[in-house]
Design a binder for this molecule. Structure first.
Ligand code: FES
Length: 112
């Protein structure tokens, strides 16, 4: 029987290590059958969003990483990595995931 989303608990899942993603870049990880783009920002923090651009599915992990946003490599939509909102495209967004770093490990909070 499928468990309703609101009753699923959040779990921490290891995605990789801090060294897997150079500063200013993103990488794609498959976590629980979802492709998630994780970014290592210039200030040392991390952000994570669903990998595929909500425009036409562009690979956000290959985008140009700004201070706290990424620009899709296909047509240039800019996505705020803190909120998932597509800037300038009303109503468009991607799901974000809380990231925690523990002893060099990248941990993502996802629904279990
Ligand atoms: S697919 Fe991302 S902007 Fe078009």
């Amino acid at each position: 029987m499928e468990i309703p989303v609101e009753h699923k608990k959040m779990v921490l899942v290891r995605a990789g290590t801090v060294e897997d993603i150079p500063r200013g870049e993103g990488r794609c990880f498959t976590i629980q059958d979802r492709r998630i783009a994780i970014f290592h920002l210039e200030d040392g923090s991390f952000g994570a969003v669903d990998h595929d651009c909500p425009h036409r599915g562009g690979p956000l992990s290959d985008g140009i990483v700004g201070r706290d946003s990424v620009i899709c490599p296909l047509h240039g939509w800019r996505i705020d990595l803190r909120t998932g909102v597509v800037i300038g495209q009303e109503g468009k967004s991607v799901k974000t995931y809380p990231v925690r770093i523990e002893q060099g490990e990248i941990l993502l909070k996802v629904q279990g």
